[in-house]
Ligand binder design. Structure first.
Ligand code: ATP
Length: 233
């Protein structure tokens, strides 16, 4: 569904991606893992169109999307749960959910406010609260709910459970598993290798702006040298 091939992205004169390549297969969970500063968020920005790649190709459903503005990429069906959640602090939970809602792909069983609130009952209790009044876990549920309200075909989570308490993390992993079971294609960035290994079909390790290794969960969890070298675990 999503393919990156030889992508190079710069911040001004500073190069951050050096020929990044990645594939997300339809209906699968793919991870992008690596130490801080290796280029995960830059990869996401390059896909979403918030950063412009200078060379290489990014394809979604076979269509080249490099250089398209972010709103068009979102309309093609790529939803983002951004690093730091980026909840609108002065809007209520309800307003955060409906502000950008759409069903561009025209799916016949789209996510609605009611469905998102059933999926995250905690958000229903907080519906009238402002974004700024939510806990980190509630904000992450809201960020996921907001992305689902765009009815994406590919959901990207940049730091899915970063900074969350263990019980909330478990809840987020359970929900992501449910989304996978529903057939949604997911690209996950996170540091919790064990949880990633449980849910994901394929992993890509990024090192200095390009992929250093790819493989399945057994290969990842069984290779201590790999984890030490590229993930510092
Ligand atoms: P983290 O886990 O810390 O978010 P990351 O793997 O997502 O790390 P990126 O944020 O993509 O890494 O950063 C990749 C490289 O690009 C780093 O060397 C970083 O210093 C550099 N970089 C990121 N943002 C900018 C910016 N706005 N201006 C200049 N360089 C940047």
């Amino acid at each position: 569904m999503l393919e990156l091939e030889g992508v190079e992205t710069f911040y001004g004169t500073i190069q951050a991606l050096f020929g990044m390549s990645l594939r997300c297969e339809e209906g699968q969970v793919t991870t992008l893992i690596g130490r801080n500063g290796m280029g995960k968020t830059t990869t996401v920005g390059s896909v979403l169109g918030t950063l412009t790649s200078r060379s290489g190709e990014i394809r979604f459903d076979g269509e080249v999307i490099n250089g398209r503005p972010a709103y068009q990429v979102a309309q093609l069906g790529i939803g983002l749960v951004p690093e730091g959640r980026q909840i609108f602090p002065n809007l209520s939970v309800r307003e955060n959910l409906i502000a950008t809602a759409a069903n561009y792909a025209g799916g016949n069983d789209p996510w609605t406010l009611g469905k998102v609130l059933d999926f995250f009952p905690r958000l229903e209790e907080r519906l009238a609260n402002q974004g700024s009044q939510l806990s980190g876990g509630e904000q992450q549920m809201l960020a996921i709910g907001r992305a689902l309200m765009l009815n994406p075909r590919l959901l990207i989570l940049d730091e899915a459970t970063e900074g969350l308490a263990p019980l909330i993390r478990q809840e987020i992993w359970r929900r992501l598993e449910q989304l996978k079971q529903s057939g949604l294609t997911i690209l996950l960035i996170d540091k919790n290798i064990d949880e990633l290994a449980d849910i994901a079909d394929r992993h890509f390790i990024i090192e200095k702006g390009k992929v250093a290794w790819e493989g399945n969960s057994d290969a990842l969890t069984g290779d201590d040298e790999l984890k030490a070298r590229y993930l510092g675990i």
